[in-house]
Design a protein around this ligand. Structure first.
Ligand SMILES: CC(C)(COP(=O)(O)OP(=O)(O)OC[C@H]1O[C@@H](n2cnc3c(N)ncnc32)[C@H](O)[C@@H]1OP(=O)(O)O)[C@@H](O)C(=O)NCCC(=O)NCCS
Length: 174
């Protein structure tokens, strides 16, 4: 009896609070949301994003001001109900070659494997392409299966081993 009630209540909660999301380009005004996203990241996701055991802090957030210009682009995914940012893809134009940009992407653990990373990477590639960037690259651990699969869905990636267990993934901006 109790079990039935619990299940019914969970269904009711799920139905009334669907886990939906929306995405949009981020600007420097989104600093608080972006910082909260990084500070709330799990250790595993932070390690994969920063390529090491990093605790995200002030020095990792300087780039947010660069979102005012054309050389840094970020796209975020938000929980429709809470407004919380739970996924982010960003790229920075190469100062030596304006057609290249370095990309990084992360999705909060509970939202991973629902297609968000693919969607954010695709949107970022479109914004980058319209800004004159033709090629995106990102560095990841060689055993990061999620990034490999995501890259294969977004474009036709090239994988280049660069040592120390790292791989550079390159794909075209659309
Ligand atoms: C990599 C990452 C951004 C993918 O985001 P996501 O929202 O889970 O991606 P998607 O749901 O769009 O999945 C894309 C593909 O990767 C697969 N995938 C995702 N995570 C995976 C994992 N841990 N292991 C194996 N495959 C995985 C998905 O199944 C999907 O493939 P499929 O459609 O063929 O099944 C996310 O796992 C993450 O934030 N990781 C930590 C940070 C990181 O590694 N960033 C990259 C370095 S900058």
């Amino acid at each position: 009896m109790n079990r039935t009630r619990t299940v019914t209540r969970e269904r009711w909660i799920f139905k009334s609070v669907p886990r939906t999301w929306r995405s949009r380009r981020l600007g420097a005004d989104d600093r608080d949301l972006i910082e909260a996203f990084f500070v709330g990241m799990s250790r595993t996701t932070a390690r994969e994003y920063f390529l090491g055991g990093v605790r995200p802090g002030r020095r990792h957030f300087a780039w947010i001001d660069e979102l005012e210009g054309d050389d840094r682009i970020a796209v975020g995914a938000f929980d429709t109900h809470t407004g919380v940012l739970f996924g982010l893809a960003q790229c920075a134009r190469d100062p030596g070659d304006p057609t290249l940009a370095e990309v990084a992407i992360a999705v909060t653990d509970t939202w991973q494997r629902r297609g968000l990373g693919t969607r954010l990477a695709g949107e970022l590639a479109r914004f980058a392409g319209s800004g004159g960037i033709t090629s995106l690259s990102g560095t990841t651990f060689a055993d990061n299966a999620g990034v490999r699969r995501l890259a294969n869905k977004v474009g036709r990636p090239r994988f280049r081993h660069v040592g120390a267990g790292l791989v550079v993934v390159e794909f075209g901006a659309t």
